[in-house]
Design a protein around this ligand. Structure first.
Ligand SMILES: Nc1ncnc2c1ncn2[C@@H]1O[C@H](COP(=O)(O)OP(=O)(O)OP(=O)(O)O)[C@@H](O)[C@H]1O
Length: 784
C-alpha cells in the first residue's frame, strides 16, 4: 500500500505539475480522485515523452493490486493461479494502455515492445514454475515477487531480453518463421526475403550433387567440436584431482583422455576443412562455368548494352566474392554454432545457474563496447573531415599562390591553416579519449562478467553445489562461449549478405536470351539466294524516325553472283550483314534464304554456310593454325592450306617464324593488319561457305594486294553468292549487281554501267572517289 501511495505521489507531484501548472494537486497521502486522473490523462495525450513514466507508475500500482489480491483469503491457497492470472491481468492491462493511449511511444506498441512486455509480465511466473518443476522451493519467489528489488530486477531482465531480441534472436526467428511460412503457406513473402530465400534454394541446388560430402562435413564438425570440449572438461577433472588428492591413476587417465580427444579433434578438423574447401571450390568452378555459358548464349544486343569489364566482373569478381564469403564465413558459422551448442550443453550440465548468469551478462558486454565504439567512430569521422578541411586550405592556397602573393596574405593563410589544425588537434584529443574509453569499457565489461561468474561460482563451491573442478571447467567454457556467440553473430549476417549478393549471378543464369528459337532446316543443297523484303530495323527496338537504321529495305543477292552494297558512311550496310548473321531481328519485314525465313534454319548450319569477313576481324591469342581452324577443329591440314591459298595467305604464313604454329598474339597483334585480314578470310573459307560476305574485308591491304586477293577469291567462288561491301568503288564496280543504300533506304540499283548512266548517288560516289584519287596522285607527284 505504501508503494502504491508513493507511486501516486510521484505521479501527482512530479508528472502532473509538468503538464499543466493549473492542475497541480498536492496530495501526500491521499489517493488520486478519478476526475483528476482523467484530466491528467487528457493533458498527457500530447506529451508522449511522459508515457514511460506513466507506464511504470501504472505497472507498480498493478503489481501491488495483484499482491493485495494474492493475499486475499480466497486466493491465498492458490498461489500459482494468482501468479499466472496476475501476470495475465498485468500484461493485458499494460498492453491495453500501450495500444490505446494516444501518447504511447511507437516502439512500445510495436511487436518488439509487446515481446518485451510479455517478458516483463511472465518471466516470474515462468521462472517460479520452472523451479517448482525442478523440485526446488518456490515459497520465497511466490510470496516476494512484487518487492521493489524484484520489480526492478524484472525491468533489468526485460532490458536484457530486449537486447537479445533486437540483436540476434529476433533476426534468427524471423528467418525461421519466414522459412516456415514459405513452406506451409502460399502467402507471398516480402521481396528482399523472397530474394534471399530463392537464392538460398538455388545455392542448395548447386550443393545437391555433393550432398554426401556436406553430410560428412557436418558429422566431422560435430565430432571435432565435441573433441574440443576435452581441454576444459579434463582441466576441471585435474583440478579436482589436485584438490582432493585422488588416486594417481585418475590424473594420468584425465591427461591421456584429454590428449587423445584433442588430437582426434584436430585431425577431424583438418579432414573436414579439406573436404569442405575442395567441395566449395568445385561448386565455385561449376557456377563460374555456368555463368560464362549463360552470358555467351545472350543476344548480341545484350553485349551492346554491357561493358566487357562489367561482364567479366560478374563472372569472376562476383562469383569469387560470393564463394569466398560462403566457403570462409559459412564454415566459421558452422564451426562456431557447433561449438556454441556443445559449450552451452556442458555449461548447463556444470551449473545452469552460472550459465544463466553468463547469458544475462552477454548482452551487456556487447552493448557497452558497441556504444563506446560508436562514439569513437563518430569522432574518428569528424577528425577525417577536419583533416580534409585543412588539406583544402593548403590546396586552395598553393593553387592560388599568385593571388595570395599579390595581396601579401601569406600570414593570413598560415593563420587560417593553423586554426584548422587546432580544430583537428582538439578532435584528436577527443578521439584518443574515446579510443581509450572504448578499449577500457571492452576489457572492463569482460572482466566484470568474469568476476561475477567467479564470485557466484565461488559461492556455489562454498555451498557445495558444484566442485572446484566444475568451476574451473565452467570458466574455461565461458571463455570460449563468449567468443563463439560473438563469432556466430558476426559471421551469420555476412553469410546472409553473400547469399543476397548471389542474386547478381543468378540474374545472368536466369536471363533468357532474346533470340528466336533455333530453326530446324539444314538442307544439303543450298543455292544461296538472299532476299530482304520490306525490312525495317532499329538497334533500340523503337520505330521512332530517329532510331530506325533500315527503312523498308528490299534487296536480293542472287545465287552464284557478286552483289555489291555501297553507300555513304552510316547508311546501314553493315547492319544488313548483322541481320543476315542473325545477330539482331528485324522490327518488321522478312529476310529469306532460298525462299525460307532465315529463322527457320539451324543456327550452326547457317553459320557454316554464311561466312563473313569484316574490316574489324579479330584473331585470338593462339596459333595461326588454331585461328584458321577456329570453330572447325576437325578440318584437315590440307583443307587449311587450301583455304589459306585461296585467301593469298599461305605464302606469308609459311614465312612466319613458326609457320602455321606462330602465335598470332592478343587480338592478332603479332601480325600486320593485312595479314590479319587474309588469315580471317582463310578462316571463313575453310568451311566452304555457300554465301560469302566481305564487309570491307580487304580494306587494310594496298590497292595492288586488294585486287589480287579479291581476284583470287572471286575466281574460286563460282558457286558462291558474294555480298561485297566496299568503300572503294573500283572494287564494287566488278560486281554483277550494285545496290546503293542511302540513309537506311535503297536509293538505286543496277549494273555499274546502268548506274553510271543514271547519274545518281552511285555516279556521284564514283566521281568523288576518282577526284580524290587524282588529287592524291597529284600530291604524291608534287612531293616527288
Ligand atoms: N550496335 C549498334 N547500336 C546502335 N546503333 C548502331 C550500332 N551499330 C551501328 N549503329 C548505327 O546504325 C547506323 C548504321 O550503321 P552501319 O554500321 O550499318 O552503317 P554503314 O553503312 O555500314 O557505315 P560504315 O560504312 O561507316 O561502316 C549508324 O548510325 C550507326 O551509328
Amino acid at each position: 500500500m505504501q508503494t502504491t501511495c508513493f507511486c501516486l505521489h510521484v505521479f501527482t507531484n512530479i508528472v502532473v505539475p509538468q503538464l499543466k501548472p493549473g492542475l497541480c494537486v498536492y496530495m501526500d497521502t491521499q489517493p488520486l480522485t478519478l476526475p483528476v486522473s482523467c484530466i491528467c490523462l487528457y493533458s498527457m495525450q500530447k506529451m508522449s515523452y511522459f508515457f514511460p513514466l506513466l507506464f511504470i507508475c501504472l505497472d507498480v500500482c498493478l503489481v501491488h493490486s495483484i499482491r493485495l489480491a494474492q493475499f486475499s483469503p480466497h486466493l491465498l491457497s492458490h498461489p500459482f493461479i494468482t501468479l499466472w492470472g496476475g501476470g495475465l491481468v498485468r500484461a493485458c492491462l499494460l498492453m491495453l494502455v500501450t495500444k490505446t493511449y494516444p501518447g504511447s511511444l511507437p516502439w512500445m506498441s510495436s511487436f518488439e515492445g509487446l515481446q518485451s512486455l510479455g517478458v516483463l509480465c511472465f518471466h516470474f511466473p515462468v521462472y517460479t514454475t520452472l523451479l517448482w518443476a525442478l523440485g526446488q522451493s518456490t515459497m520465497e519467489e511466490v510470496l516476494g515477487w512484487h518487492s521493489w528489488e524484484k520489480v526492478l530486477q524484472g525491468y533489468v531482465v526485460t532490458v536484457v531480453a530486449w537486447i537479445y531480441w533486437s540483436r540476434y534472436v529476433s533476426s534468427l526467428l524471423l528467418s525461421f518463421s519466414g522459412y516456415i511460412s514459405s513452406r506451409f503457406t502460399k502467402m507471398p513473402s516480402e521481396k528482399p526475403k523472397e530474394g534471399t530465400d530463392a537464392n538460398l534454394k538455388r545455392l542448395m541446388e548447386f550443393m545437391r550433387p555433393h550432398l554426401w560430402r556436406f553430410v560428412a562435413v557436418l558429422i566431422l564438425v560435430v565430432l571435432s567440436s565435441y573433441g574440443e570440449m576435452a581441454v576444459p572438461q579434463y582441466t576441471g577433472r585435474v583440478a579436482d584431482w589436485i584438490i582432493n588428492e585422488e588416486a594417481p591413476d585418475a590424473f594420468s587417465e584425465a591427461i591421456t583422455a584429454m590428449t587423445l580427444m584433442t588430437v582426434a579433434s584436430a585431425v577431424l578438423e583438418f579432414v573436414c576443412d579439406l573436404i569442405y574447401n575442395i567441395t566449395m571450390s568445385l561448386i565455385h568452378t561449376s557456377v563460374q562455368g555456368l555463368v560464362f555459358q549463360a552470358v555467351l548464349k545472350q543476344e548480341i544486343a545484350f553485349f551492346d548494352g554491357s561493358t566487357t569489364g562489367e561482364l567479366v566482373s560478374r563472372i569472376t569478381t562476383d562469383t569469387n566474392s560470393m564463394s569466398e564469403a560462403l566457403s570462409e564465413k559459412l564454415s566459421l558459422v558452422m564451426w562456431y554454432t557447433a561449438r556454441f551448442a556443445f559449450l552451452l550443453y556442458f555449461m548447463v550440465s556444470q551449473s545452469w545457474k552460472m550459465t544463466l548468469l553468463t547469458c544475462m551478462g552477454l548482452p551487456i558486454i556487447w552493448v557497452i563496447p558497441k556504444l563506446t565504439g560508436h562514439f569513437h567512430q563518430a569522432i574518428a569521422v569528424k577528425v577525417q573531415e577536419s583533416l580534409a578541411k585543412a588539406n583544402q586550405v593548403a590546396t586552395e592556397t598553393f593553387s592560388s599562390i599568385k593571388t595570395v602573393r599579390s595581396f601579401a596574405n601569406e600570414d593570413g593563410e598560415t593563420e587560417r591553416y593553423k586554426k584548422q589544425l587546432d580544430d583537428t588537434y582538439t578532435l584528436n584529443e577527443k578521439e584518443a579519449a574515446a579510443y581509450a574509453a572504448s578499449t577500457w569499457a571492452n576489457s572492463m565489461t569482460t572482466l566484470a562478467l568474469k568476476v561475477c561468474i567467479l564470485y557466484y561460482g565461488g559461492t556455489l563451491v562454498t555451498r557445495g553445489t558444484v566442485s572446484s573442478g566444475d568451476l574451473v571447467s565452467f570458466v574455461l567454457y565461458e571463455l570460449q562461449f563468449t567468443s563463439a556467440v560473438e563469432a556466430v553473430m558476426r559471421y551469420y549476417p555476412e553469410v546472409k549478405k553473400a547469399i543476397g549478393a548471389s542474386e547478381k549471378i543468378f540474374e545472368y543464369l536466369d536471363r533468357k536470351p532474346q533470340v528466336p528459337p533455333d530453326g530446324t532446316l539444314a538442307p544439303k543443297n543450298l543455292r544461296g539466294h538472299i532476299q530482304f523484303k520490306d525490312v525495317t530495323f532499329s538497334y533500340s527496338g523503337s520505330t521512332d524516325e530517329n532510331s530506325v537504321v533500315l527503312k523498308n529495305v528490299s534487296l536480293e543477292v542472287k545465287p552464284g553472283q557478286i552483289t555489291a552494297l555501297v553507300g555513304l558512311n552510316r547508311s546501314g550496310k553493315s547492319t544488313c550483314v548483322k541481320l543476315l548473321e542473325r545477330f539482331y531481328q528485324p522490327c518488321s519485314g522478312k529476310i529469306l534464304l532460298d525462299g525460307e525465313p532465315l529463322t527457320s534454319y539451324k543456327d550452326q548450319y547457317l553459320h557454316d554456310k554464311i561466312a563473313v569477313v569484316s574490316q574489324d576481324c579479330v584473331l585470338f591469342a593462339r596459333s595461326v593454325r588454331d585461328n584458321i581452324k577456329y570453330g572447325y577443329e576437325d578440318a584437315s591440314d590440307e583443307e587449311m592450306y587450301r583455304a589459306a591459298r585461296l585467301a593469298s595467305a599461305h605464302g606469308f604464313i609459311e614465312q612466319l617464324s613458326n609457320g602455321y604454329n606462330t602465335d598470332a598474339g592478343e587480338k592478332g597483334g603479332q601480325v600486320s593488319g593485312g595479314q590479319k585480314q587474309r588469315i580471317a578470310i582463310a578462316r571463313a573459307f575453310i568451311r566452304r561457305p555457300k554465301i560469302l560476305i566481305l564487309d570491307n574485308a580487304t580494306s587494310d591491304l594496298d590497292t595492288e594486294n586488294e585486287y589480287q586477293v579479291l581476284q583470287a577469291l572471286l575466281n574460286h567462288t563460282n558457286n558462291c553468292s558474294v555480298l561485297l561491301i566496299s568503300t572503294k568503288m573500283s572494287i564494287a564496280e566488278k560486281a554483277n549487281h550494285i545496290i546503293v543504300l542511302n540513309n537506311g533506304m535503297v536509293e538505286e540499283e543496277g549494273s555499274h554501267d546502268e548506274l553510271m548512266k543514271k547519274g545518281g548517288l552511285y555516279a556521284d560516289l564514283v566521281e568523288k572517289q576518282n577526284r580524290g584519287f587524282h588529287r592524291q596522285e597529284e600530291e604524291r607527284n608534287d612531293t616527288q
